[in-house]
Write a protein that binds this ligand. Structure first.
Ligand code: BLA
Length: 502
């Protein structure tokens, strides 16, 4: 790589072109006629025979299983992935093949000693799938799968990491060795898993890092002679790891990791992230059974989320209809919008609300008189603005406590009499607390404290300070429906009063 990777430029690091692999395996790259175009520098040491650029692999050395796998890849028309198990250099290897950009790659991974047999792993995978199918909500699903993954693989910590709309993330489930601190509930900024890494995890759902303290094995030659470009290792299982991420893991006390992505509707929805405090790999067939589990989990999450969104919408619609009836039947419209049993704050997730009409203000879940006045004075400067929202509304008045309500959604339903409904959300930082005390176990690396869980949490706080959780389409839709109902009601009432006067 031409430029050193730093905290400032890591969004631009081409992590799919590292020019090297992790040295627990070795790699060969072939062109379409089966000649070796490149090999990792540790190949002969690991496999016990030499390969040369521009020369074909020899069956006497590589064995028939590898030759057959290679022939299959060469015969495929551009899209291919398969693997095989073989004995070479006195040990068992998983040979994992794929094609990318007209290059056939074979990766050789020595089988790590495993405590359980493959049939046990298959049973575990089957159990995960059965459990997943019995879960009725996403939280239970993630909690039970993290437990099962830990039992199945023996990683010291397994977390379910869920992305939020701004691409920041949250640890939503965790199974861990008892002596490790918990990261459950912690938030991390989007930059902890930069965009290019997230893209790769959609294409290639399993990422294994065997030992962060490794010295990488370079690919030779560094560029493909056919086109002068570096080899694109997007789909490789051994792809070398970003030094920044290695430093991040080391600072957490982690020496090996594996993540499995959850992809919902084509988007990276979350990850199962596994940590180990010493070097660790998992055999390819076990990773593959994981991949199946992750597909089943993803499909289930998609279904459960769709059902949940539907339920939320139906509930909101039912509440809205009830509230509208309550308002229609009341003489005092404002009081009817703010009744303790059912009021506008119940229509969407919020930390408080206010209804305003004719100079009267009724607050729900707090006292919003002062904020409401300031906000409305601001909004009424614009004659035509009937709806306004912000996640970071800046107060000019009010005490410190009220300034935490930086999320506002405002809807006007009566122009002449200043009729407004206001919903408030608190600053998110205020609602999320860091519970662990990781400073005690964390050493600082060359990039300083930023690449530690604590530093990372603080980076997230920095990004979201003065910002609430975002308002959603669902929130806008409920607010707008109520606005239209109230507009109509106000018009009807005005018409009635007119009729009575005539
Ligand atoms: C990758 N960062 C990752 C991955 C995770 C995280 C899960 C996937 C790879 C893996 O499984 O290890 C982040 N890991 C976390 C978080 C927790 C965790 C948030 O355990 C919380 C408990 N990382 C940074 C910064 C940069 C960065 C500041 O923190 C860059 C400026 C980069 N992270 C980075 C890169 C990758 C990554 C480049 C991809 C690594 C690769 O696949 O080569």
């Amino acid at each position: 790589m031409s430029e050193a990777v730093t905290l400032a430029n890591c969004e631009d690091e081409p992590i799919h072109l590292p020019g090297a692999i992790q040295p627990h395996g070795a790699m060969l790259a072939f062109n379409q006629d089966g000649t070796v175009v490149a090999y990792s520098e540790n190949f002969s040491q690991l496999l016990g025979f030499e390969v040369f650029e521009n020369v074909k692999l020899r069956a006497v050395e590589a064995g028939s299983t590898v030759m057959e796998l290679l022939s299959e890849g060469l015969a495929a028309n551009g899209v291919w992935a398969n693997s095989a198990e073989t004995q070479l250099n006195g040990q068992t290897f998983d040979v994992v093949g794929h094609i990318h950009d007209n290059v056939v790659y074979l990766e050789f991974e020595p089988r790590p000693p495993v405590s359980a047999s493959f049939s046990t792993f298959a049973q575990y995978a089957q159990r995960i799938i059965t459990q997943v199918q019995m879960c009725n909500d996403v939280d239970t699903l993630l909690a039970s799968v993290t437990e099962e993954i830990r039992r199945m693989t023996g990683y010291d910590r397994v977390m379910a990491y869920r992305f939020r709309p701004d691409q920041s993330g949250e640890v939503v489930a965790e199974a861990r060795r008892e002596d490790l601190i918990s990261y459950l509930g912690q938030r991390y900024p989007a930059s902890d898993i930069p965009a290019q890494a997230r893209r790769l995890y959609i294409q290639n759902p399993i990422r294994l890092i065997a030992d962060v303290a490794y010295t990488s094995a370079a690919i030779f030659p560094a560029r493909n002679p056919a086109n002068g470009s570096p080899f694109d290792l997007s789909f490789s299982t051994l792809r070398s790891v970003s030094p920044i991420h290695c430093e991040y893991l080391s600072n957490m006390g982690v020496q090996a990791s594996m993540s499995v992505s959850l992809v919902v509707k084509g988007k990276l929805w979350g990850l199962f992230a596994c940590h180990h405090m010493s070097p660790k790999t998992l055999p390819h067939p076990v990773r593959m059974s994981f991949q199946v589990c992750s597909h089943v989990c993803s499909a289930m999450v998609e279904r459960l989320e769709a059902t949940r969104m539907n339920d939320i919408q139906h509930k909101a619609e039912r509440r809205l209809a009830e509230l509208v009836r309550q308002v229609r039947e009341a003489d005092d419209m404002l009081a009817a919008l703010a009744k303790p049993e059912l009021n506008i704050a119940e229509l969407m997730p919020c930390d408080g609300a206010a209804a305003v009409l004719g100079g009267r203000i009724l607050s729900m879940h707090g006292d919003f008189g002062e904020i409401a006045l300031e906000l409305i004075a601001e909004l009424q400067k614009n004659e035509n603005q009937d709806m306004y929202y912000s996640e970071k509304w800046q107060h000019h008045a009010g005490d410190v406590a009220s300034q935490r309500y930086c999320g506002v959604l405002a809807v006007r339903f009566h122009r002449d009499e200043g009729g407004w409904m206001l919903w408030f959300r608190m600053e998110e930082v205020h609602k999320v607390q860091w519970a662990g005390k990781p400073e005690k176990i964390v050493a600082q690396g060359p990039s300083g404290a930023r690449l530690t869980p604590r530093g990372s949490f603080e980076a997230w706080e920095e990004v979201v300070r003065g910002r609430s959780a975002p308002w959603t389409e669902q929130d806008f839709s409920v607010a707008e429906k109520l606005r239209l109902e109230l507009l109509e009601l106000c018009l009807n009432r005005a018409a009635e009063i007119d009729r009575m006067r005539q």
